[in-house]
Design a protein around this ligand. Structure first.
Ligand SMILES: Cc1cc2nc3c(=O)[nH]c(=O)nc-3n(C[C@H](O)[C@H](O)[C@H](O)COP(=O)(O)OP(=O)(O)OC[C@H]3O[C@@H](n4cnc5c(N)ncnc54)[C@H](O)[C@@H]3O)c2cc1C
Length: 473
């Protein structure tokens, strides 16, 4: 059993073993870093041999029930870069990262048995599929030890002043409950790791799983300002806090574009290349040197939102994906295949939404304001089932985080942690406020679109784009 719901943070299901040598297997997930990683620290203390594995599952590239892939090409590129960087870092410890191209459920039990592994480590994960896979491996290999630890959240579960079942129904209540909890300082990188477990080189099945398969899409030719890996994440952390930007965060964070408008930590946080505690430690250091401001404190406020959604994911688990969310109220939306396709391919009647979706499709990133606008349009103007939008974000976003993504979508669709119900953003007002001169639309869609929109606006008014004329299929 995963310890997500319990109070302990380590060794949720350790069974006694007669073996004196701990031969550990670390199954990596959203924890692709060396520093501030409780699992590596525990391994350094308790294991004598170690195998480190990441599983890339063929199912991630198949179309899901929500008409999207689990992992699109931008996410894959960032992930592969992060894995490569971690492997290079591990080489300095005489270790190696083995990428297994098979589902964890299918491959890990076999690997564990073939290599006589006595303890398996895994970071706590609030995702339902991840928890199912973890339980399945324990059922397949019941006689070894299992350790789960917290690597993603700011707080350990035992620091929370309530049982998980009592998690506050709104963010504001949660924030008040946790605002005085001391955030543990980020830990340094460990100085030693045990030697590698020797791979069964002759094992044909294992060799097949370790060979790069043809079903993984190519990402070599793709470039992006976001480059995966721990060193790149730490560089962004250092660059951001060596500037004065934190003192302007609050007034700039709603901009639609611009590297400096927000921290851009999310892809590294989501993949675990950076920990939330490392961000808070860097923020505290910045404030000790340059003073705290409402703006710098707002960064912490947003990280508490992230924290809330993570515990929300642990608590609600499968309900994250339910049409009626956690509220139990079914929204008045449906599955309109052509509207969903238009939204995904940036060809709705709304230029601002199209520009934002083009940005997402081209880069795998979109600002928070942008995400709110396109999600609101999806649910309100296009009247589509929010889960199809969330699943498309899941495919596209390089910072995809199961709890934060599905939690935010629920919030906007009015079925989540918001007593006020669905959020409807007035698209015309949003455009006037955040893109008054059409620079964002122009940058992503080109000048003609703006001219066409001017003509449409002159003839009617923007509100007259009538979605009722759209196909109901
Ligand atoms: C519909 C929707 C889906 C989203 N999906 C994701 C997702 O899959 N992964 C993800 O990391 N963020 C998601 N967000 C939240 C937010 O948009 C991104 O975290 C943010 O835009 C990332 O850019 P940044 O790092 O520059 O953020 P900053 O504004 O600099 O914020 C700092 C950090 O705070 C956290 N944060 C900021 N906004 C939120 C928020 N609304 N909810 C929770 N945490 C937040 C992030 O970890 C972020 O890196 C989503 C928001 C919406 C509205």
């Amino acid at each position: 059993m995963n310890n997500a719901g319990g109070k302990g943070c380590v060794d949720s299901n350790i069974k006694t073993t007669s073996q004196s040598t701990v031969r550990a297997l670390y199954w990596l997930g959203d924890d692709l870093r060396m520093a501030d990683n409780a699992i590596f620290s525990d391994i350094a203390q308790h294991a004598q041999q170690l195998m480190i594995v990441y599983c890339i599952d063929p199912n991630w590239f198949r179309t899901t029930q929500y008409q999207a892939q689990y992992l699109g090409k931008h996410r894959l590129r960032f992930l592969l870069e992060s894995l490569r960087a971690l492997d290079e870092a591990l080489n300095q410890y005489g270790q190696q990262l083995h990428i297994v191209y098979a589902s964890a459920q299918k491959s890990l039990a076999y690997i564990i048995q073939a290599h006589d592994i006595s303890r398996v480590y895994r970071s706590d994960h609030c995702g339902a599929d991840e928890q199912t896979a973890w339980q399945s491996i324990q059922q397949q290999c019941p006689d070894i030890q299992y350790s789960t630890m917290t690597t993603q959240t700011l707080f350990h579960s035992q620091q929370l002043p309530f049982e998980l079942a009592e998690l506050a129904p709104t963010f504001s209540q949660f924030r008040k409950q946790v605002e005085n909890i001391n955030i543990t300082a980020a830990a340094d990188t460990i100085s030693w790791l045990p030697p590698m477990v020797a791979l069964k080189q002759q094992d044909k099945q294992l060799q097949a799983w370790l060979s790069y398969p043809d079903w993984v899409p190519q990402t070599q030719m793709m470039s992006n300002v976001f480059c995966g890996g721990e060193a790149q994440g730490l560089l962004q952390l250092e660059c951001y806090f060596s500037s004065n930007l934190a003192h302007h965060y609050k007034e700039m964070r709603n901009e639609l574009d611009g590297w400096e408008c927000s921290t851009k930590f999310s892809p590294w946080l989501a993949n675990g290349c950076l920990s939330a505690r490392q961000v808070v430690s860097a923020l505290q250091q910045f404030e000790s040197q340059h003073g705290a401001s409402q703006s710098s404190q707002w960064i912490l406020y947003e990280l508490i939102w992230r924290e809330y959604f993570h515990w929300y994911g642990f608590k609600f688990n499968k309900q994250l994906f339910r049409f009626s969310g956690i509220s139990g109220r079914k929204p008045l939306t449906s599955f309109y295949v052509q509207r969903i396709q238009a939204w995904k391919t940036a060809s709705t009647p709304f230029p601002l939404v199209n520009a934002l979706m083009k940005q997402l499709n081209d880069t795998g990133y979109m600002s928070n304001r942008g995400r709110q606008i396109v999600a609101s349009c999806f649910v309100n103007e296009l009247q589509c089932d929010w889960r199809y939008g969330a699943a498309y974000f899941q495919q596209q976003l390089i910072d995809y985080d199961v709890a934060v993504n599905w939690g935010n979508w629920q919030y906007l669709a009015g079925v989540g942690a918001d007593p006020r119900g669905a959020r409807h953003f007035n698209l015309e007002k949003q455009q006037q406020t955040y893109d008054p001169h059409g620079l964002f639309i122009n940058a992503w869609l080109g000048r003609e679109v703006l001219q066409q929109q001017d003509e449409v606006n002159a003839a009617y008014c923007m509100d007259s784009v009538d979605i009722a004329d759209w196909p109901r299929s």
